[in-house]
Write a protein that binds this ligand. Structure first.
Ligand SMILES: [Zn+2]
Length: 136
């Protein structure tokens, strides 16, 4: 189901807890909400639709990638970027890593590890900041 985007900064400042198999419906809502906003948005964290759990989705090439409980294992190549967020107005400067090795769980609780670079790496970092209650 497409959900409204949370813009309440107090709610968005709440850290997200680990996601479990019970949170699969949240992941489905996140994907629906991302698809509905794909003209102006490339990724969403569950916090942004009102659930403080560690699930993110993003557009990776043509498909929507979903991660439960992602962790950054390795990061390199710091640079300055400018980002916007559906929960906020405007764009803001931010420091990101160009290359990331990420470990995450699928909705079936399988462990995955993959290296991401460039825009995908940037989106993952942005959404993981939401899990810590950090806004750009
Ligand atoms: Zn955001």
């Amino acid at each position: 189901m497409v959900k409204p985007i949370v813009r309440d900064v107090l709610f968005l400042a709440r850290p997200a807890v680990r996601a479990t198999a019970n949170d699969v419906p949240v992941a489905d809502d996140l994907k629906d909400t991302l698809r509905a906003n794909q003209d102006r948005c490339v990724g969403l964290a569950a916090n942004m639709i009102g659930h403080a759990v560690q699930i993110l989705v993003f557009v990776d090439e043509d498909e929507i990638m979903e991660m439960f409980n992602p962790e950054i294992l390795k990061a390199s190549g710091i640079y300055e970027a400018e980002e916007g967020c559906l929960s906020l107005d405007g764009v803001r400067p931010v420091k990101r890593y160009r290359k990331l090795k990420v470990r995450w769980e699928t909705r079936e609780q399988k462990i995955k590890i993959r290296t991401f670079e460039g825009f995908s790496a940037q989106i993952i970092q942005h959404e993981m900041d939401h899990f810590r209650g950090i806004l750009i």
